[in-house]
Write a protein that binds this ligand. Structure first.
Ligand SMILES: NC(=O)c1ccc[n+]([C@@H]2O[C@H](COP(=O)([O-])OP(=O)(O)OC[C@H]3O[C@@H](n4cnc5c(N)ncnc54)[C@H](O)[C@@H]3O)[C@@H](O)[C@H]2O)c1
Length: 217
């Protein structure tokens, strides 16, 4: 690998490559070209070659990339060749849906603990996980070597939860609450926001005036 510092754009594209490569692997496809990857993922093949060449010479001219090898390499680069335990805080609508989904396991990432502050939620089960009180966060993070935290609490509680996560030793946070979380610089924070995606999508809708009205309307 040329450097430990990879641009964020590349880091964000790698999981996209990985997902498609895993699909190919399942279909027993053994090689893939950058053209095919580009077509399928709506990316420029030259960009893909550049992204992947950054980590070494994986492709072979005229043959393309070895799917299984590339999967292994990307998993290594993303550090998901090892198991990474995840904790989720906020066992509400979204938290339960994410915990139930928990298919990240095939990528070696798994929600292994769920926490909530509401006493009626504590002790209830989500799939195989028992919702734990916040007081147990610190010890559980240490005992289970949890490195990533997911926040699915209301916005006004999110910063407090993030602080608890940082104090417990969590290294990276995926925040679903619609606020900007502050944390020390060594803590990586990604914010997932489907509502802003939805809002910006509205811009692309045809305006009501421009829409053709049919006879029955
Ligand atoms: N990013 C997205 O795409 C997206 C989509 C939907 C919801 N959200 C956000 O996700 C969050 C959760 O939404 P929801 O609909 O699941 O809410 P919810 O009210 O159903 O669940 C929130 C849960 O957090 C718990 N909680 C509150 N304060 C806590 C604290 N200090 N410590 C631990 N647990 C605490 C509550 O007891 C509850 O179980 C909200 O901030 C919402 O805006 C984001």
């Amino acid at each position: 690998m040329k450097s430990d510092k990879i641009s964020e754009a590349v880091v964000r594209r790698l999981p996209v490559y990985l997902r498609y490569l895993q699909e190919l692997y399942k279909r027993e496809v053994t090689t893939v070209s950058s053209q095919e990857l580009g077509l399928k993922l709506d990316l420029n093949p030259a960009q893909i070659r550049k992204d992947l060449a950054y980590f070494g010479d994986f492709g072979r001219k005229g043959i393309g990339y070895d799917v299984a090898y590339l999967i292994d390499k990307i998993r290594q680069i993303l550090k998901i060749d090892q198991v990474i335990n995840v904790a989720l805080v906020g066992a509400g609508n979204l938290g339960q849906a994410l915990s139930n989904y928990n298919r990240y396991v095939k990528d070696n990432m798994k929600i292994v603990a769920v926490f909530d502050s509401y006493d009626k939620k504590i002790g209830t089960m989500i799939n195989t996980l028992t919702v734990q009180p916040m007081e147990e966060l610190q010890d559980t993070v240490k005992e289970r070597n949890i490195r990533i935290g997911i926040i699915t609490v209301p916005d006004f509680e999110a910063q407090r939860v993030a602080d608890c996560m940082v104090e417990a030793g969590i290294e990276a946070i995926l925040n679903f609450a619609p606020i900007i979380i502050k944390a020390p610089p060594h803590i990586r924070i990604h914010t997932a926001d489907f509502t802003t995606d939805l809002l910006s999508l509205a811009y692309y809708l045809e305006s009501e005036e421009g829409k053709e009205v049919t006879e029955d309307e």
